[in-house]
Design a protein around this ligand. Sequence first.
Ligand code: PBG
Length: 327
Amino acid sequence: MPYPLYRPRRLRESPLLRKMVRETTLHASDLMLPLFVVHGRGVREPIASMPGQSRLSIDELLKECKDAASMGIPAVLLFGLPKDKDPRGSEAYAEDGIIQQAVRAVKDTIPDLLVVTDVCLCEYTSHGHCGVVEKGRVVNDPSLELIARTALSHVDAGADLVAPSDMMDGRVAAIREALDEATYVETPIMAYSAKYASAFYGPFREAADSTPQFGDRRSYQMDPANGAEALREVALDVDEGADIVMVKPALPYLDVIARVRADFGLPVAAYSVSGEYAMIRAAGQLGWLDEERAMMEVLLGIKRAGADIVITYFAKDAARLLEQGRA
Ligand code: PBG
């Protein structure tokens, strides 16, 4: 129907009508909040490159989790900073590791909140890579055993979901096998399936102290130029038993989110990473952007692209606005 018969502005005049024809809505229940856990007590150490985010000891983490749950955020995603690092990332799979302790504490105190754990070695290894290093290379198959062990130890501690972010080939199958053998057949895996080698992880690496000590992650994370390859990665993870697939980062990869949504019947998560958060916060602090509006527009855009779950450091800010009916 051409103009002047069809006038799109007819539906835009009234705020009520705009609301009724709105195609996408963001809810607090779409959001997952990432949090950083450290050893100690009473620690709430601000992360300079992520204003508003802190490294939290377990007692402080519990406050944050209670807050999130009371705002209707269903899940947190936990990252740990170990006491010591070594070449094989031992604390990643230690029974009394920081994440294992944190998971137990959160599940004991706030049983209604889903606890998701990031499964990776990079925060725990002295070289800062996501797998085992031999002769200066990150070797795939020897890494799988440690990654599966890490996931199993998280579930032993009570994690509701595990989320492998290492990008080793075959890790979803290795984790599924380890969980099934331990009779955790019901525990889902949320795979970081299309994870790109991105500059937008910069603030996170400061927060988690996980910058690689040599080289970079391009031998295991994806080339930002590739879209079809993302679909192959997702297909592999689905075959290996992934229950939820993830695209990460979100904002520069909305096309990938949309393609994964269209091609697979599985729930899709999108991780709006530390650099996406820092960008909006920084521009907001400088007065260059309306921070609240930019935040909501980005989160809504990620959902419109096809994400069911949006992982974002803005989860509490967004949930607050939604609660107040201001977004
Ligand atoms: C661990 C991991 C990273 C992020 C999530 N899991 C860092 C990396 O791959 O270097 C990044 C998250 C963010 O930037 O918010 N492998």
